[in-house]
Write a protein that binds this ligand. Structure first.
Ligand SMILES: *Cc1c(COP(=O)(O)O)cnc(C)c1O
Length: 397
């Protein structure tokens, strides 16, 4: 049996999305900037996609800038605001649990002389609007807090943070790559000034995303060249990708409640199955304010990497927060920020579902994980005190 439970990393391209994209990879190949019919056909497709993305967010079409993905959208928002408002101030507020597309961009800005506050999170990976409010100073030009965490699925109080930022007159960006398609979003009602999203996390193609930028905020371009994307992002458009993003987001948002209901049942079945069948397991992330497709558990006394390897041998694709065997011994920055001890963070496994996940796959995963855990624990010196010693990760730390 093949079971794909790594949908926070990327999702399968939906057939409907592929069908929508196909003509733009074949007969409709014009450059959208060309004024002839070939070009205009491509341009019309981009306009349609822009309307679809805007509709999904409660935004206006001219507030959507297509990018190469979530990473570029995050970079564009953060670097753009930093450079544009540097005369006003050089302070940025973010959280300790952001995706590296945000964290590493902030670190780069620190090297350029900006100061960044990395708000700590509670045991569930949550920041509060009060924390944000307290951290804002006269120098603050941007607050960037993710909508939902990609590792533990915790959903942040985005509307409340948006309200604080509005009250304080500070721009608010959110990395909503994991949230779009799972949470109903309205950028106007939620006081979101900028929002990043990515197609391949919602059954669209890889290499395309978008940044919503509220009207009136004129971000400088990261890329210089042609006048595409309202002169905000130069380069001939990824027409087929943009078409795919438009279709994927429209489909995801149209069925959001139905999909979430189904996913929540399967997610809770997986969580309950793991917690009841395997002793000494901890659920990471918020028990209720979490994405309907996210399960993240720490299985004590064994390493996430070993679990992943055995899961893979049984046809199950999952992910871990730690990177013990891939050159780095550091466990996930998210789990550490939530206060998990190193040894528990090392035993973490992330299982993320999609609309294509079946109950049969969930049952198979629970059974397999139980067997694997028993096997690994039988060999673990941590689980069997008689076998003195420590894990390979611990030994080299
Ligand atoms: C996947 C992801 C990104 C990066 O998006 P890409 O399109 O892969 O560049 C950024 N933020 C979050 C929260 C993500 O999950």
């Amino acid at each position: 049996m093949k079971v794909y439970l790594d949908n926070a990393a990327t999702t399968a391209l939906s057939k409907e999305v592929l069908n929508e994209m196909m003509p733009y990879l074949t007969e409709i190949y014009g450059n959208p900037s060309s004024i002839h019919g070939f070009g205009q056909a491509a341009k019309n497709a981009i306009d349609t996609a822009r309307n679809r993305v805007a509709n999904a967010l409660g935004a206006q079409p001219n507030e959507i800038i297509f990018t190469s993905g979530g990473t570029e959208a995050d970079n564009m928002a953060i670097v753009g605001v930093a450079h544009k408002l540097q005369k006003k101030g050089k302070h940025i507020i973010t959280s300790a649990v952001e995706h590296h597309a945000v964290l590493h961009t902030c670190e780069k800005l620190e090297k350029e002389g900006y100061s960044v506050t990395y708000l700590p999170v509670d045991e569930y990976g949550m920041v509060t609007p009060e924390q944000v409010e307290k951290a804002i100073t006269d120098e603050t030009i941007l607050v960037t807090i993710m909508y939902a965490n990609n590792e533990v699925g915790t959903i942040m109080p985005i509307s409340e943070i948006g309200a604080v930022c509005k009250k304080k007159g500070v721009l608010f960006h959110t990395d909503a790559v994991q949230a779009v398609g799972h949470i109903n979003i309205n950028v106007v009602e939620q006081n979101i000034d900028m929002l990043s999203l990515s197609a391949h996390k919602l059954h669209g193609p890889k290499g395309v995303g978008a940044l919503y930028v509220r009207k009136g905020i004129n971000l400088p371009s990261l890329l210089h060249g042609g006048a595409q994307e309202f002169k905000r992002r130069a380069g001939t458009e990824n027409v087929a990708g943009i078409v795919g993003l438009g279709k994927a987001i429209e489909l995801a948002v149209a069925s959001i409640d139905e999909t979430d209901k189904k996913l929540t049942v399967l997610r809770d079945k997986l969580i309950d199955g793991i917690l009841t069948r395997i002793p000494e397991v901890k659920l990471n992330g918020h028990p209720t304010k979490r994405l309907p497709n996210n399960v993240n558990v720490s299985i004590k006394y064994i390493e996430g990497e070993s679990i992943l390897l055995l899961l893979d041998m049984n046809g199950i694709a999952a992910s871990s927060g730690s990177a013990c065997t891939s050159g780095s011994l550091d466990p996930s920055h998210v789990l550490l920020a939530m206060g998990l001890p190193h040894e528990i963070a090392h035993g973490s496994v992330r299982l993320t579902l999609s609309q294509y996940t079946t109950e049969e796959e969930i049952d198979y995963t629970i059974n397999t994980l139980e067997t694997i855990t028993q096997r690994l624990r039988a060999m673990s010196p941590l689980y069997n005190p008689s076998m003195q010693g420590s894990s390979s990760c611990e030994a080299t730390k």
